[in-house]
Design a protein around this ligand. Structure first.
Ligand code: FMN
Length: 142
């Protein structure tokens, strides 16, 4: 079973609203567990950034579904590739919004908006993995 990882960003078409995000997370939990996908979703302003990892075929299939979802548009894969071992084995799908860790620290601004298209994809991966780490630590402390 070949493992792969992928990070994409997209333009959100739904409000930055916990109720809307919970619906997405419920779908993630239902669909990702049986097919062995793990990952993390970040919402900030108009952007979603999602890191996904798992069996290559399953991940490719899931991406086809996710790309067609009308809750976002302009889905752009920033980076993808083979993976030796999972980075987020314990996250069926973690989620944070920009209040916890902001992409502003990683991504430059253009015309008052995050210039995510010019960001180094590895910086985005590192950002998402740090988010997940920070949340795991909070959970341990709580
Ligand atoms: C930003 C975003 C991230 C999503 N991430 C996932 C995901 O990781 N796994 C998944 O199965 N569905 C995800 N979805 C939901 C899918 O697009 C789709 O609605 C869901 O898989 C149900 O598909 P179905 O109606 O064909 O069963 C995501 C949707 C959005 C908008």
């Amino acid at each position: 079973m070949d493992l792969k990882f992928l990070l994409y960003f997209s333009h959100a078409l739904i409000d930055d609203d916990p109720h809307e995000h919970n619906k997405i997370l419920q779908a993630c939990h239902k669909r990702n567990v049986p097919i062995g996908l793990t990952g993390f979703l970040h919402r900030e302003g108009d952007f979603f950034v999602q890191y996904l990892e798992g069996p290559e075929d399953q991940l490719n299939n899931a991406m086809q579904r996710i790309s067609k979802d009308p809750r976002h548009t302009d889905v752009q894969v920033a980076i993808e590739g083979p993976l030796e071992a999972r980075q987020l084995p314990d996250w069926q799908m973690g989620f944070v919004n920009g209040e916890q860790l902001s992409l502003i620290d990683v991504v430059g601004m253009r015309d008052g908006k995050l210039d995510i298209k010019s960001a180094d994809p590895w910086d985005l991966v590192e950002f998402v993995l740090e988010n997940a780490d920070a949340l795991s630590e909070q959970a341990l402390v709580a």
